[in-house]
Design a protein around this ligand. Structure first.
Ligand code: 13P
Length: 333
């Protein structure tokens, strides 16, 4: 029987989502940081290490793949989407094609990838994808993001979300306000409220079914160059205030990006958010979990260092982090 978009969305956010969809440029950057050159084969070995870590299915319910990765297989030739599916982990796919600048003298960007999207979605569905991801990026800087940037990015997210749902795929809608810069927590709050409000308005205009949407937002923090960082409780409460103001109750799930926070800090914030949420489920009715890239992988990447003899140790480190993040998604750390 065909599952409804709501059912798929709920399954994807049941535990946590591993964002393993680094583009060619980004995976190259991550591997260079441990002294390893990225090639499709090295990328495959690295991702295989994560996907085959013993017990991953206890903590991870969805994995976002990159175009290269969804076509790759394990050493014993099981395609990655099938390998994940057999563990009851939903395979997903990044479908945006990165960002482009509005103009050279501005920091504002818009996200590309609308060309041929319908066709690509159908191909990805045949390859096993049940959900997709599209990321818009907003940088806080003098006068940015502009209204033009907010509008164009929201339009892109809404058109993508509609195309996904028409193809029977659940869209992860990711408007990311970057931590780059020295802005305050209050500025982050203000800009994130603006960005999310415009996005949900556009989703309504394009009649996107909100029960079949997963939102992937940033937590509300001060910019990473601001020496005045808020404490964990303040980040958690401010983040929930923003969600309450902007996210309709029908949305099936919220899965935070980690955005450059350390694994411990991102996990601690998620735990604090869910502790507050659990105390007031009527105010914050959504499932709130993680869709971390760096905060789930960073320690395992370091432990691995590109060496076969470190695989077991790195898998153990990865699973320990995944367990903590899952517990944090329940407010049980
Ligand atoms: P980070 O958790 O490393 O920010 O990555 C999440 C992601 O998928 C960004 O699109």
């Amino acid at each position: 029987m065909n599952k409804t978009l709501n059912q798929i969305a709920k399954e994807v956010v049941a535990k946590t989502i591993l964002a393993a969809d680094e583009s060619t440029g980004t995976i190259s950057k991550r591997l260079t940081s441990i002294g390893v050159d990225s090639t499709p084969e090295v990328n495959r070995e690295y991702r295989q290490m994560l996907f085959t870590a013993s017990g991953i299915e206890n903590y991870v319910s969805g994995v976002i793949l990159f175009d290269e990765t969804i076509r790759q297989s394990s050493n014993n030739e099981i395609p990655f989407p099938k390998l994940l599916d057999e563990k009851n982990i939903s395979p997903g796919i990044k479908v945006d094609k990165g960002t482009a600048k509005f103009s050279e003298d501005k920091v504002d960007t818009y996200t590309e990838g609308a060309d041929g999207l319908e066709k690509r979605l159908l191909e990805y569905k045949n390859l096993g994808a049940r959900f997709a991801k599209w990321r818009s990026v907003y940088m806080i800087s003098n006068g940015s993001p502009t209204q033009e940037a907010l509008d164009k990015n929201a339009e892109g997210l809404a058109l993508y979300a509609k195309a996904c749902q028409d193809a029977g795929i659940v869209p992860i809608v990711e408007p990311e306000v970057l931590m780059d810069g020295d802005h305050s927590l209050e500025q982050d709050k203000e800009i994130t409220i603006k960005a999310l409000s415009v996005v949900f308005n556009k989703l309504k205009v394009y009649e996107v079914h909100l029960g079949g949407v997963i939102l992937k937002p940033n937590m509300i923090t001060a910019g990473k160059d601001n020496p005045k960082q808020a404490d964990v409780e303040t980040v958690a409460q401010t983040t929930l205030d923003v969600l309450k103001t902007t996210v309709p109750f029908e949305v099936s799930g919220i899965a935070f990006l980690s955005g450059g926070q350390s694994p411990d800090l991102a996990t601690g914030h998620l735990n604090a958010i869910n502790k507050l949420r659990n105390a007031k489920p009527d105010e914050y009715p959504w499932r709130i979990t993680a869709s971390f890239g760096r905060a789930l992988q960073g320690e395992a990447l370091e432990a691995w260092g590109g060496k076969k003899e470190n695989i077991e140790k790195a898998q153990k480190v990865f699973i320990e982090r995944a367990e903590k993040v899952y517990k944090a998604s329940l407010g049980q750390l």
